[in-house]
Write a protein of this length. Structure first.
Length: 289
C-alpha cells in the first residue's frame, strides 16, 4: 500500500515504541539471532532487549541503529527505524480520554493517529471514523463493555479521531469496505439513520476517502471470517488490527499483513464502485424519506 506524510499533532510515544519494537523482533528473527546474542552485541542485558522489543521503554536511536546493523538490515531500514525511535516524545494526544479507553484499545488509538492510510472491513456497523455523533451514541448505549457514564466521552473521543479525515494539510486516507447490511441495520432513531446516511454520502466525495459497499447478493467472499483494520505508516511497516469481544490482536508479521492486503484488493473487485456505493446509500435515503 502507498505511504504518505505523517500528521504531526497525533504523536503517541507508546504507539511509536510499539512499532519500533515490532520491527526489532522481525529483523532479529529474520537474522536468526537469539535475544542473548543481541544483548551481547550492544552490551546490555537480555531483559533490556525484551523491553525494547515489547515497547515497554523508549528505544534509544543509537541502540536501535546498533541492533539493526548487527541484524544485517539494509541501511535504509536502519536509518528509518532509528529515526522513528527518535520521535517517541512524551505527549499522548488522546490523554484526556485515557480513563475511557480499555488497555487493549490504547495501542490502536495511538497507531491510528500515526497512520497514513487506514483500510476498514466492516461487516456489522459503520467504521468509527465514519459515524455521526448520534450513530456513535446508538452503538455504545447499552453496550455491555461501556459503562453508562462513559458513553458520551467515548463518543467525543471517536469524533476527535475523525479529525484526521479532514486535516487540511495532510488528511488520513481511508478505505472503508462495508457490507450492504450495515446500511440497513437501524442504529438509533430513524432520524439518526437519516443523518448518518447523508453524512456517508458527503464524506464519500472526499478525495482521501474510498467507500465501497459489498452487495449481499455476492454471497461468499474472502473476508467473511470477520472485521479487520489494516494501517499503513510513513516510517513503519504496516499492521493489521483484529478486535474481539474482550480484547484485540495486533498482526505485525508481514506475510500475514500481505494476506490481508490481498483480501482488500479482492474485495475491491467484487464491491460496488464508489459512485454505485453512493447510489446505494442514496436509495435508502429515498426509501426512508
Amino acid at each position: 500500500m502507498e505511504r504518505t506524510a505523517k500528521v504531526a499533532d497525533r504523536d503517541d510515544p507508546s504507539a511509536v515504541r510499539w512499532l519500533v519494537g515490532v520491527e526489532l523482533v522481525a529483523f532479529r528473527e529474520r537474522a536468526g539471532v537469539r535475544i542473548a546474542a543481541a544483548a551481547r552485541a550492544i552490551g546490555c542485558s537480555p531483559g533490556k532487549i525484551h523491553h525494547m522489543e515489547s515497547g515497554r521503554n523508549q528505544q534509544q536511536p543509537s541502540e536501535v541503529r546498533a541492533l539493526m546493523t548487527f541484524y544485517g538490515a539494509d541501511q535504509a531500514d536502519i536509518d528509518r527505524l532509528a529515526s522513528l525511535a527518535g520521535r517517541a516524545g512524551e505527549q499522548t494526544w488522546w490523554a484526556p480520554w485515557t480513563d475511557v479507553v480499555p488497555d487493549w484499545l490504547r495501542t490502536f488509538v495511538g497507531l491510528e493517529g500515526l497512520a497514513s492510510h487506514a483500510c476498514w472491513y466492516s461487516p456489522m456497523v459503520l467504521p468509527a471514523l465514519l459515524q455521526t455523533e448520534g450513530y456513535a451514541l446508538g452503538v455504545t448505549a447499552g453496550h455491555g463493555r461501556v459503562p453508562p457514564d462513559h458513553n458520551e466521552r467515548k463518543v467525543k473521543l471517536r469524533l476527535e479521531r475523525q479529525r484526521r479525515l479532514f486535516d487540511e494539510g495532510n488528511p488520513l486516507r481511508l478505505t472503508a469496505v462495508l457490507e450492504e447490511v450495515v446500511l440497513d441495520r437501524p442504529i438509533g432513531s430513524p432520524e439518526v439513520m437519516q443523518a448518518q446516511l447523508k453524512h456517508l454520502i458527503k464524506v464519500s466525495k472526499r478525495d482521501n476517502v474510498e467507500m465501497l459497499v459489498l452487495p449481499t447478493r455476492i454471497g461468499r467472499h474472502d473476508a467473511l471470517a470477520g472485521p479487520f483494520i489494516a494501517l499503513d505508516f510513513v516510517d513503519a511497516l504496516s499492521i493489521v488490527y483484529l478486535e474481539h469481544v474482550d480484547g484485540a490482536v495486533y498482526v505485525g508479521n508481514q506475510d500475514q499483513v500481505a494476506g490481508y492486503t490481498r483480501t482488500i484488493e479482492r474485495l475491491r473487485e467484487v464491491a460496488l464502485s464508489p459512485a454505485a456505493t453512493r447510489d446505494a446509500i442514496q436509495s435508502r435515503l429515498v426509501t426512508a424519506a
